[in-house]
Design a protein around this ligand. Sequence first.
Ligand code: NI
Length: 385
Amino acid sequence: MIFLEAARAMAPWITQLRREFHRHPELGNREFHTAETVEAILASMKLEPRRLLGTAVVCDIEGALPGPTVALRADLDALPLQEETGLPYASEIPGVMHACGHDFHAAGLLGAAKLLSARRDTLPGTVRLLFQPDEEGDGGARRLIEAGCLAGVSAVFGAHVRPELPVGQVGVKYGPAYAASNPFVIRIKGQSAHGAEPQLGSDALLAGAQIVTALQSIVARRVSPTDSAVLTVGSFHAGTACNILAGEAVLEGMLRTFGEESRRRLVAAATELVTSIARGLGCEAETDFTWGYPGVVNHAREASLVLEAARDLLGPEAVTVLDTPTMTTEDFGYYLQAVPGCFYHVGVGCDAPLHSPRFNPNEDALPVLAALHAQAAWKALQAEL
Ligand code: NI
């Protein structure tokens, strides 16, 4: 089965859907209009969508032939950003915009649903569609898994649009593809005193400054030079006046790593470093690392399967095996901790980056995304038989 021609024939329909989502972006866990639209379209295909978590839509396309279940996932939420594209179908909601392509993802998955549901009589198994809320916020993926969306699923696939890849190009990264994130807050407690009598207090600002500098040694000296991680302190607040020793300092930042082992090791090393520097300067430090998204680590078999599907559809020259992961985060990693799968990149060739108010992906990529989802799911079902 080659889905590209059929997907191209329905390009105007998919494009219209994408523009509908684009005009009406909704923030995480508030995707009510989006979820209703998704449900109505699936119902028009004689499918039976189920609503979970308030704004998630899960729907099975059951083939006439017996077989396994594979899942395809799209995210639905938009970003708190004022659109500046000037497009005729620009966001109608002030301060909210689909600047991460989740409108593309939702429309592309509905396109795949149409391709697959029209071929149910020869579909060898079940394709479960996951329309997931709140990717940008608090891990809608994790909550959707807890709600049971992966029951019986043997493989899961998802895609993200990428502006730096031209339309018609697909990128697949084996192994670690997106970083794990650990946002952190460090609270340093010292003792205020007169700026002229520092010996009577303990300077939380000085401890904070030493800690910011020392934290840079975590990546420089605790990570192999051939591996990667990044630690950024993004805010530092301390002190009230020029002649008072700061009694408190608060630092906030983010640690990004690849793989669970590195993540645990670096969090422990940073905590130890912060505590001992603060103590050495007569202060106390409390370090609070939040366990954020786990990172996306693709499974080799499923990554190969997406590569094959992309080559079948678009030819070998359209497919790139990516050799560098991205330091950004994506909650698709939760699915990959539960079942094997692959999260891949689809080119939408545009100058503005993701999360830019001028992000304007090329809509010619919509049928490519729909066809590739359908192709990968079909291939995965056949592979599991
Ligand atoms: Ni995104």
